[in-house]
Design a protein around this ligand. Structure first.
Ligand code: PY5
Length: 313
């Protein structure tokens, strides 16, 4: 059964970077007994690249690769490549595919073939898959449902890291929301406070102040979350408070939005049948969305160092 996801347009690429070399899409395969497939022992990243007159502009590439290594360390995955090699590999896979539209880049490292034992390490496999990709969530705003699935507390799962196995929970939450006629799920933490979306961090706006759950809560420390905090405070002069958010505070806030690499900044227009603010895209959300667009394209001098340009001819 399929959820009613707003399905992002994607197109398979010609080439994939796989275990150190560029291979054809058809040849980028793994064995059915890889440990990562059976037990979710893998880590991954999601990075966006924006096509702009002959170049792909990759947003915060080094920050994403750094987080990949951090996630790997947390679950005993030893990535057999140097940081610089993976950064280069991302650039290489973009170049060889010669993309002509916006892309999404998915680096992944997982425990490979060797056996079925838990508590064992097998040769780690690494792939970087880049493909043409459109919007992930409805850009005009999403209708959300508070999930019946709770966010795992930080002492039960390494939720701060981007671990493949943890995404089963987020997948179930997203399926539940979509099968119930909503666009996206919002997960509460084990104590009932708002944690995040199935694949996004969350912000609310109250009286002109941005509020988002703190990183010591059971959330992923999103790179888009960090970007938005920086842009809101440094450019728009807004106040950002990192603190817990109660469920009814979310229902009654002035504006709410998700942040994430795939979701970018997506307005939340309804939660559990309650319109958020006016039920349309809020003023501050709109300003942030416009500014974010300029920043990812490298058009704001102050943040140009976040953008890596890859010439695609
Ligand atoms: N929280 C969760 C659970 C996430 O999966 C993501 C990213 C974020 C927050 C936002 O993190 P960042 O801003 O660093 O991207 N999700 C992935 C993405 O590429 C996968 C989505 C399917 O956006």
């Amino acid at each position: 059964m399929n959820g009613k996801a707003f399905s992002a347009e994607m197109k398979w690429p010609k080439y994939v970077w796989f275990n150190g070399s560029i291979v054809r899409w058809e040849d980028a395969k793994v064995h059915v007994l890889v440990h990562g497939l059976h037990y979710g022992t893998g880590v991954f990243e999601g990075i966006r690249g924006y096509y702009d007159s002959g170049t792909i502009k990759v947003f915060r590439l080094e920050d994403h690769i750094r987080r990949l290594y951090r996630s790997a360390k947390a679950i005993y995955i030893n990535i057999p490549y140097k940081f610089e090699e993976l950064v280069k590999a991302v650039e290489e896979v973009i170049k060889v595919n010669g993309f002509r539209s916006d892309i999404y880049i998915r680096p992944i490292a997982f425990n490979g073939l060797g056996g079925v034992a838990l508590g064992a390490s097998y040769p780690v496999e690494v792939a970087i898959i880049a493909f043409e990709f459109g919007k992930y969530l409805k850009p005009g705003g999403v209708r959300c449902k508070i999930s019946s699935w709770r966010k795992s507390p930080a002492d039960s799962m390494p939720v701060w890291s981007k671990v493949t196995g943890i995404y089963l929970l987020y997948h179930l939450a997203a399926m539940e929301a979509r099968l119930s006629g909503y666009d996206e799920a919002i997960l509460l933490d084990s104590e009932g406070y708002v944690a995040e979306g199935s694949g996004e961090n969350i912000f609310i706006v109250r009286d002109g102040v941005l509020i988002t759950p703190p990183v010591y809560d059971a959330i992923l420390e999103g790179i888009t979350r960090d970007t938005v905090i920086r842009l809101a405070t440094e450019v728009l002069g807004l106040k950002v408070v990192e603190r817990r958010i109660r469920r009814e505070e979310l229902y009654t806030c002035d504006e709410a939005f998700f942040t994430g690499t795939a979701a970018e900044i997506t307005p939340i227009v309804e939660v559990d049948g309650r319109p958020i603010g006016t039920g349309t895209v809020g003023e501050i959300t709109k300003k942030l969305m416009e500014l974010y667009r300029e920043v990812v394209l490298g058009r704001v001098e102050r943040y140009r160092h976040w953008v890596t340009e890859v010439l695609v001819g």
